[in-house]
Design a protein around this ligand. Structure first.
Ligand SMILES: NC(=O)C[C@H](N)C(=O)O
Length: 332
């Protein structure tokens, strides 16, 4: 028989480690209550697909995830994957910011070994809890040869997504994670992963970002576009020391006149401005709704605002040159 792969499960909390008052409690439960050993014991089938070890890295609801948590997690993943006796990693995570952690790791993990981020939409106490099957699928995916070199993967609801393109799309249903237009990468069925496509963007072992010596990340915040918007929130963030601003604009990243004036002023003070869209799908065209060449702004391409924030933070650890940063937005 083939020797089973060694997979380490890094537990961070979330609903997958949550519990509710009754079996029908699917909202208003408590996240991050159950430890990694209990999660593993709840799925004895794991021992058929991998030799599993568990580590409790954090125990938080993912709305409390911070840059510092990400740095700690990325360093731990890199340390483990450098060991010859670790073949793959699974990270259990709350779903609210799961896509952000996954993309952060996609840009900072220095290995081709599989890394799979997984969560659940229902707490473990609920009828038809999705955590156990999601964890089982994530572990077999992390143990698989098929997942090697694919970048950080997100696996829920029997589907495999790329970290860059996946989003939580529904507040509560188990099929919440989707890659609407660019498409999911594959499925898990009958204890086997099936891949149909791969991301064309640089990730993991091929990225230029190195967090091994970083204790913090540059402050980058997001401002939202909407009818009747003014510059108050933007100006407050700049005054609070933001080094970068992601503008999650209406449509193709259009700028309200008063906001545009404030963004131009911020840029003159050295703040890097990235135009993104609140729409959720499509390319944010450089020099489309604003003349980025003239304003010295950066276009987010197809990244959501929350993922543009991650790429800009990491970009600012390397350069403040907006042409170089724009190139990164077309590369990652
Ligand atoms: N489904 C979940 O995991 C939601 C929870 N608030 C979290 O992100 O930790």
């Amino acid at each position: 028989a083939e020797k089973l792969a060694h997979v380490t499960i890094l537990a961070t909390g979330g609903t997958i480690a949550g519990s509710g008052a009754s079996s029908t409690t699917t909202v208003g439960y408590t996240a991050a209550t159950v430890g990694v050993d209990t999660l593993i014991k709840a799925v004895p089938e794991l021992s058929k697909v991998a030799q599993v070890k568990g580590e409790q890295v954090f125990q938080i609801a993912s709305e409390n995830m911070t840059n510092e948590h990400w740095l700690t997690l990325a360093k731990r993943v890199n340390t483990l994957l450098a060991q010859p006796d670790v073949d793959g990693i699974v990270i259990t995570h709350g779903t609210d910011t799961l896509e952000e952690t996954a993309y952060f790791l996609d840009l900072t993990v220095k290995s081709r070994k599989p890394v799979v981020v997984v969560g659940a939409m229902r707490p473990g106490t609920a009828l038809s809890a999705d955590g156990p099957i999601n964890l089982y699928n994530a572990v077999l995916l992390a143990a698989s040869k098929e997942a090697v070199g694919k970048g950080v993967l997100v696996a829920l609801n029997d589907q495999i997504h790329s970290a860059r393109d996946v989003s939580k799309t529904n507040t509560s249903t188990p099929d919440s994670f989707k890659t609407p237009e660019l498409g999911l990468l594959g499925y898990i069925q009958g204890s086997k992963p099936y891949f149909y496509r791969a991301s064309t963007r640089k990730h993991t072992a091929d990225t230029e970002f190195d967090v091994s010596r970083l204790a913090s990340l540059p402050q980058v915040d997001i401002v939202y576009g909407y009818a009747n918007v003014g510059p108050v929130a933007l100006n407050a963030l700049v005054a609070a020391g933001a080094k970068g601003i992601i503008h999650a604009g209406v449509g193709d990243g259009s700028l309200a006149a008063t906001v545009k004036t404030a963004l131009v002023a911020a840029r003159k003070q050295g703040v890097v401005i990235v135009r993104a869209s609140r729409v959720g799908q499509g390319i944010l065209a450089r020099n489309g709704e604003a003349n980025d060449d003239e304003l010295d702004f950066v276009a987010a391409d197809t990244l959501s605002a929350q993922k543009a924030r991650i790429l800009l933070m990491l970009a600012l650890t390397r350069t403040s040159d907006t042409k170089a940063i724009q190139q990164m937005f077309y590369t990652y």
